[in-house]
Design a protein around this ligand. Structure first.
Ligand code: HEC
Length: 206
């Protein structure tokens, strides 16, 4: 029992120290019940290596594309756009037109945050390895998204009703332009949430 526990211990220490499988089994076989270090024929088990200075694994190397376009759309672009649109324009309900422009700082902050996410999302779409068509209009549409996001940021910073609405339309135009060119299916099938309807509602006069 004692022996096998010690073998497991040696195996773990060797694995931590990064010894190869061959060295590991050799060390394990050579091991005897003698305490390590007391038998000159058996070298003491190596100490674990000190922690490396930068624990960042290679997959997180700077500038590396990690998510595909679809996931960037699904988890970054679409939620940000939805959050912005939900706080701009008007919707009609049974009580009449309802202005969705934020009335408190908390919601203006959500508008500003989501606009900022769209600004950088435009950059994400231009990254090598993600840009679908670096020599075609893809880059232009990605920049269009960034620019619309910048207008949305200033609108939210100014807490301006009309500018927020205009920026919301500009954001929509960039989605529409890129999808029209790069998605070979009807645009309506894209959306889990009905963006078209949102925009239509938002454009209804007061
Ligand atoms: C520069 C091009 C580009 C821009 C700008 C763009 N998209 Fe996309 N989007 C795509 C492409 C390409 C796909 C299809 C990805 C795939 O299926 O692999 C897509 C797919 C989507 C999807 C479907 C994701 C899924 O789950 O299948 C949604 C939702 C979406 N986009 C929302 C938006 C919204 C909202 C905007 C604007 C705020 C926008 N996109 C702007 C290129 C773009």
């Amino acid at each position: 029992m004692r022996l096998s526990h010690r073998l497991v211990g040696v195996a773990m220490i060797s694995a931590i120290a990064g010894l190869s499988g061959a060295a590991l089994s050799g060390a394990a076989l050579a091991q005897s019940p003698t305490p390590p270090g007391s038998d000159p024929a058996v070298p003491p088990a190596p100490r674990p290596a000190p922690p490396i200075a930068s624990p960042i694994p290679p997959i997180l190397a700077p500038g590396r594309v990690l998510l595909g376009v679809k996931d960037v759309m699904r988890h970054i672009v679409n939620p940000a756009a939805e959050a912005f649109w939900a706080r701009s324009g008007e919707v009609d309900d049974e009580k009449g037109a309802k202005d969705r422009t934020p009335v408190d700082d908390e919601n203006w902050k959500v508008s500003l945050d989501s606009a900022a996410q769209l600004v950088e999302a435009g950059n994400l779409l231009q990254m090598e390895g993600r840009a679908r068509d670096p020599n075609g209009p893809w880059m232009k549409y990605a920049i269009q998204l960034t620019n619309a996001g910048l207008s949305a940021m200033s609108a939210a910073q100014a807490k301006n009703h009309d500018k927020t609405f205009e920026a919301g339309s500009a954001i929509y135009d960039s989605c529409f332009a890129c999808h029209g060119r790069y998605i070979p299916r009807p645009k309506d099938s894209l959306y889990k949430h009905d963006i078209d309807k949102d925009l239509q509602d938002a454009k209804k006069p007061k």
